[in-house]
Design a protein around this ligand. Structure first.
Ligand SMILES: CC(C)(COP(=O)(O)OP(=O)(O)OC[C@H]1O[C@@H](n2cnc3c(N)ncnc32)[C@H](O)[C@@H]1OP(=O)(O)O)[C@@H](O)C(=O)NCCC(=O)NCCS
Length: 123
């Protein structure tokens, strides 16, 4: 289930964010979480499964685009479809804009969007 991030889950979110490239140091992690805590155009979501938060996706909403800035899944749950499922939920929620990626998230988001578009065509 995709849940909107709350400040009470800050430590969990920082743990998941630390799997992103360039987020190994605490200063960078704090900068990123601060952005999500303070800027309403930056929205963070957590993926909850069996009472645990095992995935994270963060977007910047800009010019009607949902730019995926951060996406990560707990290493013990990778390859189970969680990453694709988080993007599928955003894809379904995103009624007024469209999903985009930045340099960091491009390879995975492109793969997800191709899969989702192909699934749409089959309907
Ligand atoms: C990228 C990440 C979120 C994928 O999550 P996941 O739940 O393991 O992915 P899923 O199980 O939903 O999807 C797996 C598919 O995506 C592919 N994939 C995984 N990581 C990928 C990446 N970085 N770029 C492109 N494709 C990727 C897999 O090969 C697999 O494809 P297949 O089904 O054709 O074999 C996860 O590997 C992660 O947390 N990585 C560390 C954080 C990171 O680097 N984020 C930015 C990535 S661009």
């Amino acid at each position: 289930m995709l849940c909107r991030y709350k400040k009470a889950n800050e430590k969990i979110a920082m743990g998941l964010l630390s799997f992103m490239p360039e987020h190994k140091d605490v200063k960078k992690l704090q900068e990123t979480i601060c952005q999500y805590n303070s800027d309403p155009n930056w929205q963070l979501y957590l993926w909850k499964q069996d009472d645990d938060y095992i995935g994270l996706v963060g977007v910047e909403i800009k010019d009607n685009k949902w730019i995926v800035r951060h996406i990560s899944v707990d290493p013990s749950h990778r390859g189970e479809g969680v990453g694709v499922e988080m993007i599928r939920k955003l894809y379904e929620m995103d009624v007024c804009g469209s999903i985009a990626a930045d340099e960091l998230t491009e390879p995975f988001i492109q793969k997800c969007l191709t899969m989702l578009e192909e699934a749409d065509e089959e309907v």
